[in-house]
Design a binder for this molecule. Structure first.
Ligand SMILES: [Fe+2]
Ligand SMILES: [Fe+2]
Length: 383
């Protein structure tokens, strides 16, 4: 039982994990939704919540660059024109050497206003309509912080840095385009897999994957990690060059079925409840809608999307397949998926070291969940 719990916990089933990031939030007021927003963000970030606009501006001015994100909710009554508050905040940020690092998110009551804010204040990173659903605000905050995370990539070689930035954005686009269960775009997918294969063949990919390792678990960062590890692993296993495209695509696409899972569950800062987990587990099934519309996709890529949560002993989902019934590329995908999930930050845990991840995965091999021979090969390349 313990083992299967571990697998459930780590197999890519939550996102989030910014406990080391400080943000400042002003404006949601004392309403019910204001409380909800504050407590949702506090579960995930270190949150300062100044009570007056003067306090807010002072907090930003004296922050010494420690805030990763500044959120101003303009929909609540401030006792002061919210645009003037925004102007003061921007002036304070602009006067500081470390100001450019803080992401500024503004919440407005409707789309017209959100667009107007974005047009008149170029310093605003995201201007969004204040959603009823705190999961959307969480996602916007996480998105802003992802860009901030990229600052730490500056130590990489220019090739590695360019690769990560480009593929990460392309994967986000890929996910957006399939978000409603639309068909996959062949050209886009071929482009991204080509980039990964070139980088892996040139020896640039492992360093880049290491840099990405402890980044938080947003869905596209996670897909990039899984695809990167699968590509590196595939070359090491000696797959033919002509098969490598399929290997990379399997990783890029494995979680695309997540579009069927509501944002609130995907972005939940807490461990999922049994009911939420049940909904999350529908994602391999959600892939089917995309697959029906995408007839050019090869069978091994389909297998990754539908079978990456199957376990050798038949206790996985959605089909409970056993042993040789599970496609080999899906077994490879499962290893890359679990390794990526263990070593990325989550809301309830820090990033785990590779060695600790390997020892947990060894237990999964012993428990009949992961393939032992493949696991040994994976360690050779990922250690
Ligand atoms: Fe995954
Ligand atoms: Fe998954």
């Amino acid at each position: 039982m313990g083992r299967s719990l571990i697998l459930d916990r780590v197999s890519g089933e939550t996102s989030g994990g910014f406990l080391d990031q400080e943000i400042v939030l002003f404006g949601p007021g004392e309403s019910d939704s204001g409380h909800k927003l504050r407590s949702a963000l506090s579960a995930e970030f270190e949150v300062s919540t100044p009570r007056t606009s003067l306090d807010f501006i002072r907090t930003v001015a004296e922050s010494e660059g420690r805030f990763a994100c500044i959120i101003l909710d303009m929909t609540a009554a401030h006792g002061r024109n919210p645009e003037l508050v925004l102007k003061d905040v921007i002036r304070n940020l602009e006067g500081r050497a470390d100001g450019p690092n803080a992401k500024l998110i503004v919440l407005s009551e409707d789309m017209d206003r959100a667009v107007a804010i974005q047009e008149s204040f170029r310093r605003v990173d995201q201007s969004i309509v204040r959603p009823d659903n705190w999961g959307d605000i969480y996602a916007a905050t996480a998105d802003a912080l992802t860009v901030r995370d990229e600052v730490s990539w500056e130590t990489l070689s220019p090739v590695q840095r360019g690769l990560l930035k480009q593929t990460r954005r392309n994967i986000a686009k890929l996910q957006e385009s399939t978000a409603q269960g639309a068909a996959l775009e062949q050209e886009m997918l071929t482009d991204i897999s080509g980039q990964l294969i070139r980088a892996a063949s040139g020896g640039e990919l492992i360093g880049a994957m290491d840099a990405l390792r402890s980044h938080h678990a947003d869905t596209f960062g996670h897909s990039l990690k899984v695809a990167g590890w699968m590509t590196t692993f595939g070359l090491h296993l000696g797959f033919r060059k002509s098969d490598m495209e399929v290997v990379a695509q399997g990783g890029l696409c494995h979680d695309l079925g997540k579009w069927v899972v509501p944002n609130e569950i995907l972005s939940s800062p807490n461990r999922l409840t049994p009911e939420e987990l049940e909904i999350m587990r529908r994602h391999p099934d959600g892939a089917r809608v995309t697959l029906e519309k995408t007839d050019w996709l090869s069978f091994p890529v389909r297998a990754c999307m539908e079978m990456h949560h199957e376990k050798l002993d038949g206790t996985g989902y959605p089909y409970g397949l056993k042993g040789a019934e599970i496609h080999e590329l899906a077994l490879i995908c499962a290893i890359a998926d679990v390794f990526s999930a263990l070593t990325e930050r989550r809301s309830y845990k820090a990033a785990m070291s590779k060695q600790k991840a390997f020892s947990i995965m060894d237990e999964m091999v012993a428990g009949g969940h992961l393939d032992g021979a493949l696991m040994e090969k994976f360690k050779e390349v990922a250690s």
